[in-house]
Design a binder for this molecule. Structure first.
Ligand SMILES: NC(=O)NCCC[C@H](N)C(=O)O
Length: 305
């Protein structure tokens, strides 16, 4: 039976025949087939993270038209790469709703709605679960502590990585999220980091099953050792790329990576043999989020690489 699922039509949800509602993924760098986004129609700077606060002090005013243009270009790039883009309807009361990454995560056992620490982001989860209910997508919800998707990295089959600054993701939230993974025998690495960096995905992202990029000076040394012990090598980045969201990349699988336009990260990744596609996300970076934050992968398929 076909169900209707919101697909991109420029700004709002539209009808799209979707035959399989079993969203799941087991690895952050497997081939991306479906992703959830939300137009930045109501994007506004909220002084809830260090980057936005600093930009506001310097007079930041968000340009929504330009944000929509940049977001549209990201969607077009994803579609051109064969990724189905599904859209949440933006809500005028939810200024950060375009950062879909933070409110839900696809797991090997289906969709998990998260529990953001920031009060102004909590209603985003209700919009997400409403949409999943309308689309017939089963979803479970985190109920204890707080956890935001920028701190979740389903690295590869058998390895879950979670960031925990204590401000956005708490020990209780992290443990509730990790429980089914631990029960299934996955290794779980927890990376503590300073809350100024907001989420783990601003300082660490996987680029394939055995390689990651990371701001080496901002990562916990114990975490870096544990990565190495799990066979994950790190391409070290300078700490300066964190606030510009240069480390916040999206793997499409098959050695394809979407990055922001940046002088450091794209050349490093190309040199390492990846196909890099750059997009201008300056309007979002000013509000604390990059390419990874703007995308909630729904399904990835393993290609065995
Ligand atoms: N994963 C991410 O790092 N998401 C960016 C969220 C930015 C938003 N202004 C926030 O502070 O929640």
């Amino acid at each position: 039976m076909k169900i209707d699922f919101g697909a991109y039509d420029g700004a709002t949800a539209a009808s799209f025949a979707f035959e399989d509602r079993s969203f799941q993924l087991s690895g952050e760098t497997d081939r991306l087939t479906d992703v959830l986004l939300c137009s930045p129609h109501y994007l506004a700077p909220v002084p809830c993270c260090a980057v936005t606060r600093q930009n506001l002090e310097q007079g930041l005013v968000t340009q929504v038209d330009e944000a929509q243009r940049q977001h549209g270009a990201l969607v077009q790039l994803l579609q051109a790469q064969g990724v189905r883009c599904h859209m949440l309807t933006p809500d005028p009361d939810l200024a950060d709703m375009c950062f879909t990454r933070d409110v839900g995560v696809s797991t090997p056992w289906g969709m998990m709605a998260l529990n953001p620490a920031m009060p102004h982001r909590q209603a985003e989860v209700d919009r997400l679960t409403d949409a999943y209910r309308d689309w017939g997508v089963p979803v479970r919800r985190i109920t204890s502590g707080t956890i935001e998707g920028g701190d979740v990295c389903v690295a590869r089959e058998g390895l879950l990585i979670l960031g925990m600054s204590g401000e956005r993701s708490s020990a209780a939230g992290v443990e509730e999220f990790a429980a089914p993974f631990r029960a299934a025998g996955w290794d779980v690495l927890i990376c503590p980091f300073h809350a100024d960096h907001l989420h783990l995905d601003t300082i660490f992202c996987m680029v394939d099953r055995h390689r990651a990029i990371g701001c080496i000076d901002l990562l916990d040394p114990g975490f870096v050792r544990a990565l190495s012990a799990h066979g994950v090598s790190l391409i070290p980045l300078p700490a300066t790329v964190a606030p510009s969201l240069g480390c916040n990349i999206l793997s499409l699988g098959d050695r394809r990576i979407v990055t922001s336009t940046d002088a450091i990260v794209p050349p490093l990744l190309r040199q390492a043999g990846y196909r890099v596609m750059e997009v201008d996300i300056s309007q979002f970076a000013a509000c604390g989020g990059g390419v990874h934050c703007l995308t909630q992968p729904l399904r990835r398929v393993s290609t065995g690489g």
